[in-house]
Each structure stands twice: as C-alpha cells, then as structure tokens.
Design a protein. Sequence first.
Length: 172
Amino acid sequence: MTETSPPARARPRPRGAGEWVRAALLTAGFAGYSPWFPGTCGTAVALGVYLGVRTFPASLLLPACLVVALAATAGCVLLGPWAERFFGRKDPQAVVLDEVAGFFLAVAGVEPRLGGGWVLACFVLFRFFDMAKPLGIRRLQALPAGWGIAVDDLVAALYANLLVQVLGGVLS
C-alpha cells in the first residue's frame, strides 16, 4: 500500500498556453508533479479548497461538494485521453484531479451532520482506499482513458464516505 512517484519522464514540461492550462488543471495546480505522494498532495489541495467551500451556508455545502466532484470528474473524463498521451502512460500519477473529485465525494454530506473532525477521517480513509484499492477498485483502472482515471477514485471515495457516515452515526 505505497504510493510511488512516477519516473522523471512522466512529468513532462507543458508547451504552449493550452498545455499549461490542461496540465495545471489535471495536476491540481501542479501538486501532482510532487516527487513524493502526488495523490496525497492532490488530496491536500482538495482539502484546502474544501476549507473555503465549507464556509458556505450549511444548506449549500452538500450541493457544492457534489458540483465540485462532478466538475472534477468531467475534467478527468474529457481530458483523460490527452493526459495519457502527454504523460505517456495510462492513469498517470501526476494527474490528481481525480483525487479532488474523490475527496469532495468523500466529504459530501459529512458536515454539518457529523462535524468538522470527521473531515480528517474522510481524508485518511479516502487515501487508504485509493492507495490500497480493495474490493474491486483496482479493476476499475482498466476502464478507458478518463473513466479509468476517475472511477476508481470515486468508488474509493464512496467507501470512505459510507464508512465515515456509519462510524459517525454510531460514535456520535
């Protein structure tokens, strides 16, 4: 259950404005270029964005989380074929927009029902399920291009969300 960094050739330098924009989006502001735990770095970016989103009125928090998760998933699906060509591999580790989508799905509905402390549990459990890929998650990476990039993270997020909802309901 380790997250390794991609080889140096898997972090190519974008050329031209279009490539810079696509690469910045897919790597969550280039967090995915980190040589150490790029997925966790991308999830940390998502946590930072979430801390801003959580200031929304409580009635808007769940819809906002779902909109961000959906938008990030759409970005993965639409830009996935380009990402695989640009990085030269299937489901490139530098692409962490899927972690953004997954994290926002993992925390969807957790606050204000359970409280802010459970957001950290979502972070940890999402990273665990995403890295360990138990219960059939690994097979989802075989889906074509952007779907293979995103869907495994979304299922990991659902596992994390459900576990937090159950544990939070029992322990609260």
